[in-house]
Design a protein around this ligand. Sequence first.
Ligand code: ATP
Ligand code: MG
Length: 404
Amino acid sequence: MICGKVQVIGMFTAFLIKYAEIGVKGKNRYLFEDALVRQIKYALKRCDGEFAVRKTDGRIYVDAISDFDYEETVAALGRVFGISGICPMVYVEDEGFEKLGQDVVAYIGRVYPDRNKSFKVSARRARKNYPLNSMEMNAELGGLILDAYPEMRVDVHKPDILLSVEVRDKVYIYSETIPGPGGMPAGTGGKGMLLLSGGIDSPVAGWMIAKRGVWIDAVYFHAPPYTSERAKQKVIDLAGKVSAYAGPIRLHVINFTDIQLYIYEKCPHDELTIIMRRYMMRIAERIARATECLGLITGESIGQVASQTMQSLMATDEVCEMPVYRPLIGFDKMDIVEIAEKIDTYETSIQPYEDCCTIFVARHPVTKPNLNIIRRHEHNLDEKIDELVQTALETEEVITVSQA
Ligand code: ATP
Ligand code: MG
């Protein structure tokens, strides 16, 4: 079913893809369209059925060239950033206006079993030698629909059904628009390094930045045996969920155990989280530079926990030279959960496998860290920390996660 309204789905054999924001990019427009076509192909690889994706006359069409699973296909297109609307279409051969009239009446009959509705016909002809102009087509087709279905009525201002009929190589008929996710096509905005934990927030943060057209790489700080293999698998699963939208994600798994134990040994315990987070950011930035990322991404939001007060964020930010993108910074947990549910990461995120922060949390972590004191205490680590960071980087495991 489409939007809960349209009942007949077996008849649709193609989709017109609408895109809003990328329409305004001037000379770079083709780059955006090409990226969108590429991402549509990537998303459809997972679907049953074969498809041709084509860019014609400044529009993108998806044609099914075999049987396909309609629901699954619409769901896959609904995960492609850059798409603002998905219109299921019917093609009919151009065999004269009389035949077209019959086809249009049949379309309404099949798609709208409940015909107590208003409508408007919006005809277009790409071929100017078509015997009727678009105004004439609107009037004629409207008349035929009214003859066939007297319970329907015309409303040119706010119709329930806006029926598009376009004469091109064939005649395209469509009337429904399923909302797409919006945003920009993946890869049109550079690449960012997401600090991905097993929590609710960071997958949502990655999704939001990916929605702006940014490729995502990710880093996960793993602390075996304090964090289990299952906790790591959960992060891989979350990367998979995000990659259904964002495209393939290279996940860097960093063994953080020795660094964490060393901080635990040398620094006051109420500052552990902050110092640990500073090392996470430093290491993430090193990997980001080596992989041509243009910024770091975290799931932080002001005041959510002790390490996310403005003072703590300032202390974490201080160690980064790259911009740190925190798309959830002003979000309440409820808003974040709502997105997590929508993008299907929530159920995975709430599985009860601890992440490495929960093992070493102090009972009373500082909420207003003093930068001078934090810096001073970090000097306690001078003897071994560079070597430990180096080892962590050298022993990273890289996993490419892809939903396609
Ligand atoms: P999340 O729900 O994303 O885990 P959180 O509310 O648990 O966030 P913190 O644990 O303070 O908050 O982490 C803040 C941010 O730091 C996370 O959103 C994530 O970007 C990053 N982060 C925390 N732990 C890890 C980890 N083990 N590996 C990678 N990034 C991490
Ligand atoms: Mg967390």
